[in-house]
Design a protein around this ligand. Sequence first.
Ligand code: IPE
Ligand code: IPE
Ligand code: MG
Length: 255
Amino acid sequence: MLHDSQPTELKKKIYTQSLPEHVAIIMDGNGRWAQERRKPRVWGHKKGVESVRAVVKTAGEVGIKYLTLYAFSEENWGRPQSEVSGIMTLLDTFVVRERKELYENNVRLKTIGRIEKLPAKTRKLVQETTEYLKDNDGLTLTIALSYGGRTEISAACRMIAEKVKNHEINVDQIDSELFGQHLSTGSIPDPDLLIRTSGEQRISNFLLWQIAYSELWFSTVYWPDFRREHFLDAIQSYKNRKRRFGLVESVQAPI
Ligand code: IPE
Ligand code: IPE
Ligand code: MG
């Protein structure tokens, strides 16, 4: 039994936990997948798009409400120009080719990150697809593009500081809820489950604030090989976990 003074919301989370509401994925290992096959790295990114398609479809089918994919980090701009433009071209193709199927699957699209840094053409195509899918109410697919968690947190600080300066809010109103509302994830709940593929076990500047209590799942599979069954394995593992959020699950009466 949970102690009576523990908030009902948390009790509900612990007892009713089954499917994660929000899954976030660090899609990693495209380059190594290609290099092992003696192909250029961009070939791995191209194959990775098939995994995106499979995972988005599966997530929608099993009833996940939010899926957030780390597609391109702020740091990734430092990669060779040919790789960066290869990724941007794949993104252009993805948002155009998948538009119809995403629509049919009732997927809504959102982006986080500094999309103003993307090439104009890519930005335009992404925005068109976002607009096209805006009335859907099934899975919310968020793609992190030119995203960095620290930049996002500093931007939220600046926004809040401005509001204080303009007397829109008082300093003592700043709490984690208000702070979270100023992040680009806005009203989206925090990820319940964070998956990283390729065997790396690090966060790489992804959703730093939002993953405070996420369950973590590291897979050794490279992203281009990560498909429905791997995704479902991660979901199954999540379902078997007990989330405590710092609370105690049972309070034993003293003997
Ligand atoms: C992840 O795969 C995709 C992006 C970062 C864009 P990588 O390109 O990082 O693949 P590895 O980690 O080098 O194998
Ligand atoms: C993280 O992968 C970024 C994305 C998956 C988009 P990286 O391959 O860029 O991260 P590091 O360099 O291994 O930390
Ligand atoms: Mg990598």
